[in-house]
Design a protein around this ligand. Structure first.
Ligand code: NAD
Ligand code: MLT
Length: 310
């Protein structure tokens, strides 16, 4: 059987796959290119950059499994895959800690203007006046989506003496209590939080959840973090909020359209915004973790053993 790996994944995962199958690795293929080759393969392994559209899926009569080396499966047309009997699996655990730690790092970098101060000192300046921040101690962190990453972010920020509240209609009070999060409704979270961090999947419900209407209900001087999915926010509304001073800071890792360019980056030149190019999962440990997990999943699926679908 043959596997197509359409994004860079750790060599450890590719090596595992090669023990069982013929493997071709060709990163960063556009859907129209993928359509031309997909019918040669029984399995497809992707990260988030590959869009596995309905057209890609329908171009294949041979594909049996799509493995996502990561959490979000919003780049895969799951209904189209299911209709063709193709198994879609992901690796929900492999990059949880990486994304958690990146969220904490982004929150602190934004709060203390670390990237801006670094840039300043690199330019030969000794400016101790322009980078005053605040303390997170004693502030309220509102977590939208108290799942794997949201709950771990909660634990870490509790250690920094933040109060953690959460909005997640799909978890129990008991689970929230276990991770020290007080569950509240969405509007209460918006009204009470000094910091808001989102950790939901991108779904119809969460699309543009952080929009102008939501921002209007937030505290003046709120700080926002998005290391989940770009589609969960309206970037223009957040940029407007920063410009008006309503939002004191934003830390953004993900974007509705990736890769982000100078032309479609609404945060360009905004001092109070810290940005990274979708680096939440970019640690050595996480990349090995997701590559190995996805390889085992694809091997199991193609060798007829039960797998956990996405
Ligand atoms: P998870 O499934 O463990 O947790 C998601 C939580 O969101 C769940 O508790 C769920 O109940 C909740 N939720 C779903 N719909 C909701 C809604 N409408 N309102 C409020 N809560 C809702 O997922 P996770 O592993 O914690 O991942 C969270 C997000 O982070 C995903 O979007 C994932 O793709 C993204 N992610 C990003 C990176 C990165 O590189 N930046 C890395 C890993 C994961
Ligand atoms: C994920 O959903 O796993 C992350 O966004 C990381 C990635 O796509 O590599």
């Amino acid at each position: 059987m043959k596997i197509f790996v359409s994004n860079d994944i750790s060599e450890k995962g590719v090596a595992l796959l090669r023990e069982h199958f013929d493997v071709d690795v060709m990163p960063n293929m556009k859907p129209e290119e993928l359509i031309k080759v997909i019918n040669n393969y029984d399995g497809l392994v992707t990260r988030s950059m590959t869009k596995v559209t309905k057209e890609v899926i329908e171009a294949s009569t041979r594909l049996k499994v799509i493995g996502r080396a990561g959490v979000g499966v919003d780049n895969i047309d799951i209904p189209a895959a299911t209709a063709k009997g193709i198994v879609v699996l992901n690796t929900p655990e492999g990059n949880t800690m990486a994304a958690t730690e990146h969220t904490v790092a982004m929150m602190m970098a934004m709060t203390r203007h670390i990237p801006q101060a670094h840039q300043s000192i690199q330019e030969g300046k000794w400016d101790r006046k322009s980078f005053d921040g605040i303390q997170v101690q004693g502030k309220t962190l509102g977590i939208i989506g108290v799942g794997r990453i949201g709950s771990r972010v909660a634990k870490r920020m509790q250690a920094m003496e933040m109060t953690t509240i959460g909005y997640d209609p799909y978890i129990t009070e008991e689970r929230a209590h276990q991770v020290g999060v007080e569950l509240v409704d969405f509007d209460t979270l918006l009204a009470k939080s000094d910091y808001i961090t989102i950790h939901t999947p991108l779904t119809k419900e969460t699309e543009k959840m952080l929009n102008a209407e939501a921002i209007a209900k937030m505290k003046d001087g709120v700080r926002i973090v998005n290391c989940a999915r770009g589609g969960c926010m309206d970037p223009e509304a957040i940029a407007e909020g920063v410009k008006s001073g309503k939002i004191a800071g934003a830390a953004i890792d993900v974007y509705p359209t990736e890769p982000l360019t100078k032309e479609n980056n609404p945060f360009l030149g905004l001092f109070n915004v810290v940005q990274t190019p979708h680096l939440g999962a970019s640690t050595i440990e996480a990349q090995i973790g997701v590559a190995v997990d996805v390889a085992y999943g694809v091997i199991d699926a193609l060798e007829g053993r039960p797998v956990m679908t996405a």
